[in-house]
Design a binder for this molecule. Structure first.
Ligand code: SF4
Ligand code: SF4
Length: 332
């Protein structure tokens, strides 16, 4: 990890992309400063204002990843005392606790088979926040003539456990999901940016050097973002007037920035950090203040479509109607 951080040349390219720098306007809250302290083996306070959004690593010419270092550090510190409560009570789907949770109908789900070409990761968002997307999935996959199904038994990816600093709870979630997803051979399509990041990058990282490493790496190679299906569907149908309607913007969440090349020029994309639902920062009012940074993008916007459960909830919590908050697949 130290070698990895040593690749930082202090060029500063990451600095303006970092949400905490954007808010505090201070180099101390930048990725470059965090890497500087990490290399010196100093546990600095600015680590705590890192949202784990990954924007720094996606623009870094040397692929330096402060989030990877920080996750390893969280694992070492692992001070959370919430593990038992979470694992026993809400580890299946923490969003069931939402006061206005939505529900899906059983007949919207087509169960995956071991040889299904595409297996949909049944995220908490699909279950309780934007279940209508399940109905749209049928239309999308049938139009694309893809043999698909939903992995019904998966549990929450565990992102909120990481936010609470409980990596051992996250590991338990990961093992449950590994067991379920290994029953299938197909690609695993994910319709939430945070789940995508957790399954693709974080699971292999936290199991590095363990007996499970190769299994999580194989799983990671099967994880794909649902954005590509959305775009293929657009090309096969006549949705131009719908997706280009005035007042609609497509929000590209941080953990999908790698998809930018596929979506630019195809949709009215706005790429910005929502401020993350990190609980420790929520209690300090970070997200409310951070709204100053992105609210300029919402002038005249009637519908904001996002691709992430965390962003969806954050926007719902921080904005008043309009805009109406939707998932990308809800607007087609
Ligand atoms: S982390 Fe990467 S982008 Fe940031 S200062 Fe170092 S080398 Fe440059
Ligand atoms: S992960 Fe996000 S918040 Fe953390 S240092 Fe990188 S850009 Fe900044």
């Amino acid at each position: 990890m130290k070698f990895f951080l040593d690749l930082c040349t202090k060029c500063g390219k990451c600095v303006p992309y970092c949400p905490s720098f954007q808010l505090f306007k201070s180099e101390y809250h930048s990725p470059r400063a965090r890497v500087f302290f990490a290399k010196k083996e100093v546990r600095a306070k600015n680590f705590d204002t890192c949202l784990l959004c990954g924007r720094c690593e996606s623009v870094c010419p040397n692929e330096v990843s402060f989030p990877s270092f920080y996750i390893k550090l969280i694992e070492k510190e692992d001070t959370s005392r919430v593990k038992d409560f979470l694992i026993k009570r809400v580890s299946q789907n923490p969003l069931e606790l939402l006061p206005k949770k939505k529900t899906y109908q059983k007949d919207w789900i087509r169960p995956a088979l071991p040889d299904s070409e595409v297996v949909v990761f049944f995220s908490c968002g699909l279950k309780s926040v934007y279940p209508e997307v399940l109905k749209k999935l049928k239309k999308v996959f049938d139009t694309l003539e893809v043999d698909w199904g939903v992995a019904e038994e998966v549990v929450c990816c565990g992102a909120y456990m990481l936010n609470l600093g409980d990596v051992s709870a996250l590991k338990q979630q990961a093992l449950k999901n590994l067991e379920v997803l290994e029953k299938f051979q197909g690609k695993v399509a994910v319709f939430c940016a945070t789940c995508y990041w957790i399954l693709k990058k974080v699971y292999p990282l936290i199991f590095e050097g363990t007996e499970f490493e190769s299994r999580f790496k194989s799983l990671s190679q099967r994880i794909i973002s649902g954005v590509s299906y959305f775009l293929n569907f657009l090309e096969k149908t006549e949705l131009e007037p719908i997706i280009n309607r005035k007042g609609l913007i497509f929000h590209l969440p941080c953990h999908l920035t790698e998809e930018t090349k596929f979506v630019k020029n195809k949709l009215s994309i706005k790429e910005f950090c929502c401020g993350s639902p990190k609980l420790s920062l929520l209690l300090k009012g970070f997200q409310l203040n951070f709204k100053r940074v992105w609210q300029k993008y919402l002038i005249g916007v009637e519908t904001l479509a996002t691709f992430c459960t965390g962003c969806y909830l954050n926007f719902k919590f921080l904005t008043k109607h309009p805009p109406e908050i939707k998932h990308w697949l809800e607007v087609i």
